[in-house]
Write a protein that binds this ligand. Structure first.
Ligand SMILES: O=P(O)(O)OC[C@H]1O[C@](O)(CO)[C@@H](O)[C@@H]1O
Length: 527
């Protein structure tokens, strides 16, 4: 037992899990009825709902999954996390991204007794003011011209979440500035983006929590020398750039830059979209009030995840059913399929969120696990995916559970009725409904090549329109789902040691310190 009566056991020690293992799998075709579609639904924030009628779980499974979440104390662990418990056991850190949205369980103090939420709010106030001044023309480029473009330099969590959110908001609200991103150390990434911008009117945001990431520092230097190379009278490259970093990073406190905004070690990269990491670019691109609306939606989902009972708690249900798919039915992959072009990069963000968090093979105390953890996650917007990889999803040898996301209304509202009076949004959603049924029910045919086995599960997250609030709720839904699953697997979802080895070998290779012959041989192949 640890403090607060929270105890940590591996999944395979839980009684409810052992009971789940004894149940026979159910026929999806029998489970999928019109009343199940009406009843098997639960709320996330901002009117978003999670429908699991096409998931292979019946009453008994749900009862045991609920017992499992209680036995593994998921809500107690979330409460402890939100209160500032050291849930990142590997790095011995608190995990406080929820605090960027609201004080779920009251104030959280650091070791000096300082209010950490107040620090996050202060940073939000600072970057909101900064954005307001840029929009009002009070803060300009170093040659006096108004900034019209904002370009984020960062990678991983300092790119994927903010980029996915930026793209998702472009059609939801009117933009105040154009947003662009450079992430890859591939020089072609920077060259392509820089070729289309006005150096005097572009504000660069250098985002690196650690301040040590090779790709980001390389791109910073590349951008600064590109600005220098323009030889524009009066242009000061550093004064076209702000930083977002942690107060302990080597980038902190630089007076060569226009300004700096801070996060701390308690906000993990892939969980940082609602901190200054996402907040600076989103406030500049769309206005601080739009970023506020996104935070509000995320806070609504957080409150549901913490307080709602199992059957009314979408992130908790999604996590528990996902565990059933992974550890009872042994499906190793999940596809996320948003029927919304605005969410084109959302699957890429979820890939990092889920796979970097739960791609672990030891428990939170470092002991090897005897069961599977996080699935492989991939996805593309529908209907594009339908004309690409859905063949394998329908008729391939593996069953891949699907997580559909759809909206009743289009985001931009521009649409056209065809001769039959049917608009494109209706066609998009008809495709989504058809896919759920085709995957679940299949279709027999005398020709085996034309036969669909069915029994392929899916869930549906559905909202009215992809507004900033709904986007925030969707983001928090997945953050909380991933967190709950990490608790179920008894792993630490908040570190990422698996990315280190490759970084170290790269460094050794570039500095000439390696004696690894095979590494040098591959390097030679690439020169
Ligand atoms: O913000 P930073 O410190 O540059 O890190 C970027 C990314 O690198 C990683 O540490 C992985 O290499 C991610 O977890 C993180 O989001």
């Amino acid at each position: 037992m640890e403090k607060n009566n929270i105890s940590y056991i591996d999944l395979d020690q839980a009684k409810a899990f052992k009971a789940l293992e004894t149940l026979s799998p159910l026929s999806l075709e029998k489970l999928l009825t019109t009343s199940a579609i009406a009843e098997k639904t639960a709320a996330s924030g901002a009117g978003l709902s999670y429908n699991y009628a096409a998931m292979p779980v019946g009453e008994k499974q749900l009862e045991l999954l609920e017992q499992l979440t209680e036995e593994m104390q998921l809500i107690g662990k979330f409460r402890l996390l939100a209160a500032g418990g050291v849930m990142n056991t590997g790095e011995k850190r608190k995990v406080l991204h929820h605090l960027c949205r609201s004080e779920l369980v009251g104030k959280v103090l650091d070791e000096k007794g300082q209010d950490i939420g107040a620090f996050y709010r202060e940073q939000q106030r600072r970057f909101s003011d900064f954005a307001g001044k840029v929009h009002a023309g009070e803060i300009t480029g170093s040659t006096g011209k108004a900034f019209t473009t904002v370009l984020q330099i960062g990678i991983g969590g300092s790119d994927l979440g903010p980029r996915a959110l930026y793209l998702a908001l472009e059609g939801a609200v009117e933009a105040k500035m154009k947003g662009l991103f450079i992430s890859n150390v591939d020089p072609d990434d920077a060259a392509a983006v820089l070729s289309g911008i006005d150096p005097e009117r572009t504000l660069f945001i250098l985002v690196s929590k650690s301040g040590t990431t090779q790709e980001t520092l390389t791109n910073r230097d590349l951008v600064l020398s590109w600005l220098e190379s323009k030889e524009i009278p009066g242009l000061k490259p550093g004064k076209q750039m702000v930083a977002v970093t942690s107060a302990t990073s080597p980038l902190a406190g630089s007076d060569t830059l226009l300004d700096s905004f801070y996060i701390d070690d308690f906000i993990g990269g892939r969980y940082s979209s609602t901190s200054a990491v996402g907040g600076v670019i989103l406030s500049l691109a769309f206005g601080p009030e739009v970023f506020d609306r996104l935070l509000k939606g995320a806070a609504e989902t957080d409150a549901i995840a913490l307080n709602a009972p199992f059957r009314e708690n979408a992130p908790l249900l999604d996590a528990a059913i996902g565990l059933y798919l992974r550890n009872i039915l042994h499906y190793p992959v999940t596809a996320v399929l948003p029927y919304s072009q605005a969410l084109s990069r959302f699957p890429a963000h979820l890939q990092q969120l889920d796979m970097e968090s739960n791609g672990k093979r030891v428990n939170r105390d470092g002991k090897p696990l005897g069961y599977s953890t996080g699935p492989v996650v991939f996805g593309e917007p529908g209907t594009n995916g339908q004309h690409s990889f859905y063949q394998l999803l329908h008729q391939g040898t593996d069953i891949i559970p699907l997580q559909f996301v759809g909206f009743k209304k289009s985001q931009r509202g521009e649409d056209r009725n065809d001769e039959a009076g049917i608009n494109s949004q209706r066609k998009l959603n008809a495709n989504l409904a058809a896919q759920i049924i085709a995957f679940a029910k299949g279709k027999e045919d005398v020709n085996p090549n034309k036969s669909f086995p069915g029994g392929r599960p899916s869930s549906l997250l559905v909202g009215d329109r992809l507004s900033p609030e709904v986007l925030g709720a969707l983001l928090a839904h997945f953050e909380n789902k991933v967190m709950f699953q990490g608790f179920l697997w008894n792993i630490n979802s908040f570190d990422q040691e698996g990315v280190q080895l490759g970084k170290i070998l790269t460094k050794k290779l570039l500095s000439g310190e390696t004696e690894d012959q095979e590494l040098m041989a591959f390097d030679t192949l690439l020169r």
